[in-house]
Design a protein around this ligand. Sequence first.
Ligand code: NAD
Ligand code: MN
Length: 353
Amino acid sequence: MRSHRIAVIPGDGIGQEVIEAGKKVLSALAEKSGDLRFEFVDFDWSSQRHLEKGEYIPAGGLDELSRFDAIYFGAVGSQDVPDHISLWELRLAICQGFDQYANVRPARVLPGVNSRLKGAEDIDWIIVRENSEGEYSGNGGRVHQGFPDEVGTEVSVFTRKGVERIHRFAFQLAQSRPRKQLTLVTKSNAQRYGMVLWDEVFFEVAKDYPDVSIDRELVDAVTTRMVLKPETMDVIVATNLHADILSDLAAALSGSLGIAPTANLNPAGTFPSMFEPIHGSAFDIAGKGIANPVGSFWTAAMMLEHLGESTVAERLMAAIERLTASGLQTKDLGGTATTRDVTQAICADIERQ
Ligand code: NAD
Ligand code: MN
């Protein structure tokens, strides 16, 4: 019996709904396999906990979390807590605390999903987001707060080590794909220091991967290429902020934000990696039972792959594709199905296979 210990942090809003659904699907896969087990341990780290106890993560919480094989995360964000507090105190505390520096975001149009973009069926991208420094380093400050001459700074920090390791990661990922193509995205015309460092290190690292074909884009220009020539890209590497934005665009182009998954990887394996749908807690639909859980299913497939369960991951991906192809879709995709309808359908399908 293969067994995996998974820390589950549903978080806020629809995070709770889609993670509940994802656990059901993982359990259905385990039951079907017969020789596979998941030990789920739930953590109530959420905005509600913050409001009640003054903290998202209790003392010693990260130590406890560090003993799991993987973390399955929903979303964090509440109308009662400023977003920069919820994000930094929960999600970024884990990503940065566990040095999950590689954020991997696949984008692909699943069968049966309608994109509003002509030619969207050609989208097959993986966006690699630097996840530990850059624009989200947390450096900066405010002086003369509240006064007319107030100044706020937000300082991006790019280290050679941080830049080199994300480029190496992206090259290796590109190397493992059939097209072996990597696009570098920066803004090194307007930003002369950190962005030029990104470019330089990229071309140095490229020498070690001669079989990967490379090109480069400025971040503004790449948005047009994503829309007008989606077939010309494969793997994309970009900074924390740029890739954050590009991956929401990629998700929308490939159908819906509700579908897209992401992995926050600690490639060294010193700490557990964290898997989450890319969407947030979605105040507008939370509690209604209509959130699309497909993003959390695809997320679970990425987590299975990471846990060495490639065959089970493939089985899950195939079930997801049969589900979307069947036309049973939630409102964000133009359908009328509920989170529960979709979850029951995929669990039944897994059982039948
Ligand atoms: P959001 O992703 O929560 O929602 C954006 C839009 O997409 C909404 O209209 C929402 O209904 C829709 N949507 C998102 N996921 C969906 C799904 N699974 N099914 C159907 N529709 C879906 O982004 P937002 O509105 O900018 O942020 C809401 C809160 O979530 C904020 O507090 C924000 O800080 C937080 N947030 C958290 C994360 C995270 O935890 N990783 C990511 C993004 C936003
Ligand atoms: Mn984002």
